[in-house]
Design a protein around this ligand. Structure first.
Ligand code: SF4
Ligand code: SF4
Length: 380
């Protein structure tokens, strides 16, 4: 176990981390600014994922954000967090919020202030929290922290469990974290990211299942995407051999907001591609960005094909030199490789110039077919 993980675990024993931030307290408004009507919300633009910073006590090889202990802890300012949430509330469709893609327990007091802000200003939102469980020391300590989160309306904990996390965090911490959360009434999602040579979800499931409540546990796994640190740290021989159609895409369903305020309309493994950034909340409102996304032909192609199949087809037919790889780790990998190459993005934009309306109609047709505007009570 590395020194910084040990140091973090020692500091995590202290139940507060007030020294990190208290600015948000002065920025909170007590006026109610929004209320999610889950019954009427479309699935489109329904999830808001806010990343506070890229600071993380861990440093995983497969990390798409290249997060780690040397990255800035503060990240997004408190006033900006409030602005992001207010701007999303004005759109009127978001009903599910996830805060801190990295280890949010690093800034526990700050996190609680944000959750208090949400609780006093919004009604009916589902809140999910990702964690690595690195902060778990003893069951009582986990109980204390998770009780606070439960009272602040956190309904779901998403716990990362895979070889990359477990080379730094003992699995027992994840088991303790999950079982305490369930004892408190929360649901738990165990998410495993795998490579060609790593253990898969079934391995971890066998170890964890006897300790968990099956009615409150969801198990998910996905192949890693060779983006961010994973591109440098994991060699091609480690890539699961799939293709550009394998996997799902949640473009236009989830809006990812980076610590610098930039917005990407998905939370897939390729979201760090420069061409997927659709605006900055420092410059535009979330409503403006949503409108621009809906009119963008590349986004419409991604949404109507639920992945990059349309982009691949166009490049194969029209680009003089581009060829797809023999295999990709999945949809997000192919999407990342295309959308992170400015010359390919420009080529696609030119090619789609005269097909903008067709692509818009294709996406609208897909939305009707898939019932994306139907009542989605079960998703809230
Ligand atoms: S994958 Fe998650 S836990 Fe690992 S370094 Fe990145 S943000 Fe931290
Ligand atoms: S395929 Fe692309 S747009 Fe879709 S979720 Fe993956 S990275 Fe995002």
């Amino acid at each position: 176990m590395s020194q910084h993980v040990k140091e973090f675990q020692q500091s995590a024993e202290k139940p507060t981390d007030k020294e990190i931030d208290s600015e948000i307290i002065t920025n909170l408004t007590t006026e109610t600014i929004g209320s999610a009507n889950v019954d009427e919300s479309p699935i489109k633009f329904s999830g808001l994922n806010i990343d506070l910073s890229y600071h993380c006590p861990l440093e995983c090889d497969h990390c798409l954000f290249e997060a780690g202990p040397s990255r800035s802890l503060q990240g997004m300012s408190d006033s900006h967090i409030v602005r992001v949430i207010q701007s999303a509330a004005e759109v009127g469709t978001f009903y599910s919020i996830s805060i801190g893609h990295q280890e949010p327990f690093v800034q526990f007091d700050r996190l609680c202030e944000i959750l208090r802000f949400l609780k006093s200003n919004f009604d009916g939102y589902g809140i999910a929290m990702p964690t690595t469980a690195v902060w778990v020391k003893a069951r009582e300590f986990a109980f204390k922290r998770l009780s606070i989160l439960r009272d602040l309306q956190v309904e779901n904990l998403m716990i990362s469990v895979d070889d990359y996390h477990q080379s730094q965090v003992p699995l027992q911490k994840c088991i303790t974290c999950a079982s305490v959360a369930q004892e408190l009434g929360m649901h738990v999602t165990i998410q495993c990211v795998y490579s060609r040579t790593s253990h898969r979800l079934d391995y971890y499931r066998t170890l964890m299942e006897p300790h968990l409540d099956p009615d409150k546990t969801k198990w998910v796994e996905s192949p890693f995407c060779p983006s961010g640190r994973a591109r440098k740290a994991l060699s091609e021989s480690n890539w699961p051999q799939r293709n550009y159609k394998d996997g799902s895409c949640n473009v236009m369903q989830v809006m990812y907001v980076a610590p610098d305020g930039s917005v990407t309309p998905c939370c897939g493994g390729g979201l760090v591609a420069s061409g997927l950034v659709m605006g900055s909340l420092y410059e535009k409102s979330m409503a403006q960005i949503c409108v621009e996304i809906e009119q963008d032909p590349i986004m419409n192609s991604l949404a109507s094909h639920q992945g990059p199949a349309g982009l691949v087809e166009t490049l194969q037919k029209e680009h003089p030199a581009w060829k797809p790889r023999e295999y990709y780790t999945g949809t997000c990998h192919a999407c990342f490789e295309i959308m992170n190459d400015p010359s390919l993005v420009e080529f696609l934009r030119k090619s789609y110039e005269e097909r903008k309306v067709d692509l818009l109609l294709q996406r609208l047709y897909m939305e009707v077919k898939e019932g994306l505007f139907a009542s989605c009570q079960q998703s809230g």
